[in-house]
Design a protein around this ligand. Structure first.
Ligand SMILES: [Zn+2]
Length: 1105
């Protein structure tokens, strides 16, 4: 390979292109006629005059020897390395076919490559157990950073002022009495829980409730809220004045409202009416049935003693510092407050068996944690769109009064499980899709055909449009077109149209996209083995680039760049015997020194690429260069795509803060002292606007950036993430990357990232029927106007959350409609439109709104809203605003929908009974309330990740899934029943798994039987278990197999490969683990669920008084 290096003599095609702004494509957006748009488009990607002569100056030509020439570059420190490179570069290519990567597992045959593999990842439909929740923190757990115990004095302040006085507290708590009745029977002794190890004090004095089979019994009410509304959970309320309560008095009966007479709620009938505590359905978590048996089946226990919230029970912060044994017991029985596990189980039991058929307007889908199939009968599947409410208030006054945000979480390219049908592709030929003349909405099942089928009235704007002759069809006696069932766009909620040239930039069909791999070859990257690992992996991975349908090979072309403080481009043209390197050291004005031979077809250039990938690790093996650039790397990729006139994705593997002299150079500005000050927001903001401008250019070109970070220290994720974030790309972070322990995770992420379905040069617009409109958007994208969401790339995992506001009245009759249209280029270069339609109900009664809400989606929205808020406001302000909004939501319900009852009663809408617990998880998350072990980069990373998460991901991220592995039935495929995230639910004789979408913990109790330890870890005692393990040993026994299959199954449900962390009880790492027990008070000051519920209750009462 010969290498040429030369100073840059002027960018042949790097100039900013005036036409960019033109991207607003009217045709798509609908402001102009079909013919017109292109003109604007035209400017956008226009070939630059300079393009055609990228003929590099002489020096570029590969033939000349290495950096021989005294080009300015040679002064560069990198130059000194050059000669060495030559030597190794000249080595003959190893052979035609690249050897499979060694250490790394080969793609073929690997599960990860199955086309539907990610199906599980999304909404549910996971192979078996649906995915669930989520908690914070990405990788605060790094080897080197074992959290240090922190004193927890600070706490308690976080949400609002604590009750002013003890008396107040008392009152407040008294008010909260939860009078549940039903429920509780003592847990069987000996079952793990009951016999709590000394360190796990029994939760309540009262015996634990036995698992109750079956859903709530109706008549049980007791403390139930008197409401007549089926849906709410009411918490138990004490009689009107709390004064009357003596602590300790059983409340049942006291205020038990009469059994609710709820009208059966479609879909949710089985749910209990919600008084806290009472009527809890089966409680998987504990007690009852365990040893081995599923608890559900156990018969209901004897009528349990009533539960109540006791005034004295609020734990003060200091209590946490006491050894557990000395803690006073909570008098509020945690089993008496709404349980996420219960709600999830109920939904699974009630809604998991039947397919969700989308033919009916305004239906609330099953929860994301329920495994269900979807049949599209005219509305988009909940895998594509989920809403905070499926019944929206008719007027903005009602909406304001309720404070319930109206939002849709949209995942336009969501992967479907194999049993479901992908959206059909409709080809209307040159005429393109049929659209409304005025608002440009696309033909959909809600358009009304009139005048014998000659015209149609738009369901969004009411405008009447002529049916084009080629699309004419007669109507049947009901007014339906006779071809209704033959046309996806008339009968289905989701489908695609093949786009015509009018929908293409420059009025030209796009070329297939390109992938450019850009590898940091500075000292750290080389020394850690990363460079070699990536090169080895790429040799096989390149055979698995995404391809369309049944195409034999992928249409995607590939290119390669390596860099430290200079960039190295490689010519891998198929006709070359050896790859050629060209160095660009003038990074101030980046350009691409070669066109022909940079982006190639993998099959055609197989030998040359293999040779290059073999040589790269050798070339840089002795590098001493520690500094890197970053912005020029993105610029180089961008320029290469521009030159090739295509969209594409850059895969950048980067290790350090880019401090080398170059555009976009950064300084270390990490400063933890800013936490909890007004300047904290600066930690989330980029330190320069340079990257925002670069992102804009990337979006205009369809250049999506995926960033893999391997930091050993602060590298300013907030700034480096700007381009990936705004281009619709992904960021992966592997702090303190170690080949041995982290390669498997990284390679899995890389494989999935390279292979996943992705659309390029995407623009999404959401149209709505008259009365509401989309006003705000959250996600990884760029917007140059107020309506079009632009994404250089959009993959199957990314969601966009859209908020709606009223601009007029809605009617109950017509309901409200959404149409999400995504214009994108497929991986084969086909221009397409994907359309998703959803119809919602509208209401004039607030109760209907509250009955049709989805809390998981609400939390997804609220988290994104809050995480964006920290860019501009102090974190405390953001937290307070969240609490306030939720208190208003619940107070409005109480005031307008619940039956009159004592103020002391906390009454929650059935559909929102988990709002407090989930909200608390968001408030305690690392972004809003970081613990001491959480780095500034972690927070910026998580903030960006959450912004693109779907509902299933935010659910498990904020409220992690906790499974008792020792309860798993080794003979079945099922997962053990999940338990609540609290330390008091753990038994020291058991082993648990906790996952949140980013990490999987395996927690081992100190008293676990030696046999289990032997079977799972292959060592003979607890003390011999190594917490350095990054995978579980492969042992031939049923328990080991079962646990590994559970871990694999869960990994398969997530879009990222989770880091496995072994935690031994009472070990220092346990601190980290406890961070995820989100119902407990957190070290960083986050409230326990019980405390927070009390606090919310108080807030609500204040609003009502
Ligand atoms: Zn219209």
């Amino acid at each position: 390979m010969s290498v040429n290096q030369q100073a840059h003599t002027g960018p042949p095609y790097g100039q900013p292109q005036p036409g960019y702004q033109g991207y607003q494509q009217p045709a798509y957006g609908g402001q102009s006629l079909p013919g017109v748009p292109q003109s604007q488009y035209g400017a956008y990607n226009g070939p630059m005059p300079g393009y055609q002569q990228p003929v590099p100056p002489q020096g570029y030509f590969p033939s000349l020897g290495f950096p021989s020439k005294g080009s300015p570059v040679s002064l560069n420190s990198d130059t000194s390395l050059a000669p060495n490179f030559i030597g190794s570069l000249r080595a003959p290519p190893t052979s035609g076919a690249p050897p499979p990567a060694s250490g790394a597992s080969h793609p073929s045959g690997h599960l990860a490559y199955s086309p539907f593999e990610h199906g599980d990842v999304q909404n549910g439909i996971p192979a078996s157990a649906a995915p669930m929740q989520r908690p914070p923190a990405s990788q605060p757990f790094l080897p080197g950073s074992a959290p240090t115990p922190v004193s927890q004095i600070s706490t308690f302040q976080q949400y609002g002022p604590p009750p002013a006085s003890v008396q107040q507290l008392r009152n407040h708590m008294a008010g909260m009495t939860i009078g549940s009745t039903a429920a509780s029977a003592p847990p069987p002794a000996g079952l793990g829980y009951g016999v709590g190890p000394s360190s796990y004090p029994p939760t309540t004095g009262a015996p634990r409730p036995p698992a109750m089979p079956g859903p709530p019994l109706t008549g049980q009410t007791v403390a139930g809220p008197p409401s007549s509304q089926p849906n709410h959970v009411s918490s138990p309320p004490p009689p009107s004045s709390m004064a009357g309560l003596h602590p300790g008095t059983p409340m049942s009966g006291l205020h038990g409202p009469p059994p609710p007479t709820h009208p059966p709620q479609p879909g949710y009938q089985m749910q209990q009416n919600g008084s806290f505590g009472q009527m809890r359905g089966p409680q998987p978590n504990y007690g009852g049935a365990y040893p081995g048996a599923p608890n559900y089946g156990s018969p209901p226990g004897p009528p349990p003693p009533p539960k109540r919230l006791d005034p004295d029970s609020i734990p003060s912060p200091q209590l946490n510092e006491l050894p557990p044994q000395q803690k006073p017991r909570h008098r509020i029985d945690p089993d008496a407050i709404p349980s996420p596990i219960q709600v999830i189980e109920d939904d699974r039991n009630n809604r998991g068996s039947e397919p969700f058929v989308t033919g009916v307007r305004g239906q609330v889908p099953p929860l994301v944690t329920t495994n269900f199939l979807v049949k599209d009968q005219g509305n988009a599947s909940p895998r594509y769109i989920r809403c905070t409410s499926y019944n929206i208030p008719c007027t903005s006054d009602m909406a304001k009064q309720s404070q319930v945000p109206l939002a849709a979480v949209i995942k336009p390219l969501a992967t479907l499980p194999p049993e479901e049908t992908l959206p059909y592709l409709v080809d209307h030929g040159e005429s393109g899709p049929v659209r409304c003349n005025r608002c440009k909405a696309y033909m959909c099942p809600f358009m009304q055909f009139i005048e014998g089928g000659r015209r149609f009235q738009c369901c969004f704007c009411s405008c009447v449009t002529e049916v084009p002759p080629h699309y004419f069809q007669h109507l049947d006696h009901t007014g339906k077109r006779v071809d209704f069932y033959d046309r996806p766009e008339l009968s289905l909620g989701s489908y695609e149209f093949l786009a015509t040239v009018d929908y293409c930039k420059n009025n030209k069909f796009p070329s297939p996209p390109a992938f450019i791999f850009m590898i940091d070859v500075s000292y750290n990257a080389v020394k850690s083995g990363l460079v070699r690992l990536i090169c080895e992996e790429l040799k096989s991975l390149l055979d698995y680039l995404p391809r369309e349908g049944n195409m034999e090979e992928s249409a995607i072309r590939v290119g390669f760049v390596t860099y430290n403080k200079v960039l190295h481009f490689y010519n891998v043209k198929s006709s070359l015997a050896q790859p050629q390197m060209m160095v660009v050291s003038d990074v101030a004005d980046m350009f691409v020194p070669l066109l022909d031979g940079f982006l190639v077809n993998v099959n055609e250039s197989r030998t040359v690429i293999a040779s290059l990938l073999d040589q790269i690790p050798e070339m840089f093996a002795d590098t001493r260069e520690t500094e890197t650039v970053f912005a020029p790397v993105i610029q180089a990729g961008l320029e290469a795509l521009k030159a090739a006139e295509c969209a594409g994705k850059l895969f950048i593997f980067h290790t350090s803060l880019p401090i080398a002299e170059a555009p976009g150079k950064l300084k270390n500005r990490d400063d933890r002292k800013l936490i909890n000050t007004d300047k904290e927001k600066t930690l989330f903001q980029p330190q320069t606007s340079f990257y925002n401008n670069l992102a804009k250019d990337c979006v205009a070109q369809g250049c999506c950036v995926d960033l893999f970070l391997f930091p050993n220290q602060y590298l300013d994720v907030a700034t480096l993430g700007v381009v990936p974030y705004q281009t619709g790309g992904s960021i992966y972070k592997y702090a303190y990357f170690q080949l041995e322990t982290d390669q498997y995770r990284f390679l899995n992420d890389l494989r999935r990232d390279v292979q996943k379905e992705v659309g390029f040069d995407a623009v999404m617009r959401v149209r709505t029927s008259t009365g509401i409109r989309a006003t705000d958007f959250f996600g990884a994208f760029y917007m140059s106007n107020t309506t079009d969401v632009e994404m250089a790339g959009l993959d199957c995992d990314k969601t966009i959350t859209v908020e709606f506001k009223h601009d007029d009245k809605l009617s109950e009759d017509s309901g409200a409609l959404l149409q999400c249209a995504l214009l994108y280029t497929s991986c084969a270069g086909q221009r397409r439109l994907r359309i998703h339609n959803l119809s919602l109900n509208c209401c004039t009664q607030l109760a209907d709104l509250y009955r049709n809400c989805e809390t998981d989606t609400l939390i997804n929205y609220l988290a994104k809203y809050a995480y964006r808020g920290v860019l501009n406001s102090p974190v405390k302000t953001v937290r307070d605003a969240l609490i306030n909004q939720c208190a208003q939501i619940l107070a409005c319900y109480r005031k307008n929908c619940a039956s009159p009852s004592s103020a002391g009663q906390l009454i929650l809408p059935e559909c929102m009974k988990l709002l407090p617990v989930y909200l608390n998880c968001v408030l305690k998350s690392d972004v809003l309330q970081p613990g001491p072990e959480v780095t500034t980069d972690d927070r910026a990373y998580i903030r960006q990740l959450v912004t693109s998460m779907d509902v299933a991901e935010t659910n498990v991220f904020f409220y992690p899934r906790l499974l008792p592995l020792t309860k798993a039935d080794v003979d079945s495929d099922s997962l053990p029943a999940a338990i609540r995230n609290s330390e008091e639910r753990l038994s020291k004789g058991d082993i648990y798994l906790l996952e949140n979408g980013l990490n999987v913990f395996v927690w081992v109790g100190v008293s676990v039987q030696q046999g289990l330890i032997q079977n799972l870890f292959g060592v003979s005692s607890f003390s011999q278990i190594s917490n350095a393990l990054s995978t579980l040993p492969v042992l031939e026994n049923p328990f080991s197999k079962k646990v590994r299959s559970i871990v694999d199954m869960i990994q398969g449900q997530r879009s990222r490969y989770m880091k496995l962390i072994i935690v031994k009880q009472e070990d220092k790492l346990e601190m980290l683990f406890k961070h995820f027990l989100v119902e407990d008070k957190s070290l960083s000051g986050g409230a326990s669920y019980v405390d927070f519920l009390c606090h919310m209750h108080k807030e609500i009462r204040q609003l009502l008084s």
